[in-house]
Design a protein around this ligand. Structure first.
Ligand SMILES: Nc1ncnc2c1ncn2[C@@H]1O[C@H](COP(=O)(O)OP(=O)(O)OP(=O)(O)O)[C@@H](O)[C@H]1O
Ligand SMILES: [Mg+2]
Length: 222
């Protein structure tokens, strides 16, 4: 079964939408539209009467809400789980470099509790690379991401996650883990989108122009 992305042009590229219960990687550099895309995906769920959850690990929930107002994106009904580091957390500089067991357990406990509490049909995680600083190495990170996505899928949620893509840091692990990859970029011509991988479904390949305006992301199929 397909799940509408909330963006007409993206549904066309995806031949109807995401496959229900799977996990998708929204890849792109900073400022390419990842958060807006995730918001539109969640808002579409609200319109359909679904429970939806935004897990934010980088941008404070209140800032996301503020900006969505400027974009005329109606976030009412979107549940936010704000896991951005608190000011208290930063008081200990040691913790920034070695957050350790306690921080990791707290974060996963909060996520698990929230998921059990509201049983969301749609989950957007922005961004999953924040988990990386909670574990000692890339191998443990990959295992952690895999088991976390499996947990969400076992709850029947369709998941979108972002990651900080910096060319120096390889992200092949996330690419393998994801059931699909949507890439966003911004070049001299403007914003662009491309579907790179979709397990179990055909899709329209290539780069397509994106406009970010008052209604969020609009795709012009090339
Ligand atoms: N209120 C707005 N009006 C017009 N354009 C906007 C507005 N808010 C954001 N944008 C445009 O949308 C782009 C993408 O925003 P978004 O927050 O989704 O990017 P992102 O990939 O999540 O980046 P990051 O998380 O690194 O800040 C911004 O760089 C900006 O050009
Ligand atoms: Mg963002």
């Amino acid at each position: 079964m397909k799940v509408s992305s909330g963006i007409e042009g993206l549904d066309k590229l995806l031949m109807g939408g995401f496959i229900k219960g799977r996990a998708y990687y929204i890849k792109g550099e900073s400022g390419t539209g990842r958060t807006i895309l995730g918001l539109q995906f969640l808002i579409e769920g609200v319109k359909r009467g679904e429970k939806v959850l935004f897990i934010t690990l980088t941008e404070r929930a209140e800032y996301i809400k503020e900006n969505s107002k400027k974009l005329f994106l109606e976030v009412e009904g979107v549940e936010f789980l704000d896991l951005t580091p608190s000011a208290e957390y930063y008081r200990s500089s040691y913790d920034i470099f070695h957050p350790g067991e306690v921080e990791r357990e707290r974060i996963f406990e909060e996520i698990t509790r929230k998921i059990e509490e509201i049983s969301p049909r749609r989950v957007f995680i922005d961004s999953i690379s924040e988990f990386r600083r909670l574990v000692p190495n890339a191998f443990v990170h990959k295992r952690q991401v895999i088991s976390f996505l499996k947990f969400l899928n076992s709850k029947d949620a369709t998941v979108l996650f972002t990651s900080e893509t910096i060319s120096e840091i390889p992200d092949q692990d996330l690419e393998y883990v994801a059931d699909g990859i949507i890439e966003l970029k911004r070049d001299e011509e403007g914003f662009k989108i491309s579907v790179r991988k979709m397990r179990g479904s055909d899709f329209i390949p290539g780069w397509h122009k994106v406009e970010i305006g008052e209604e969020g992301i609009k795709i012009h199929l090339s």
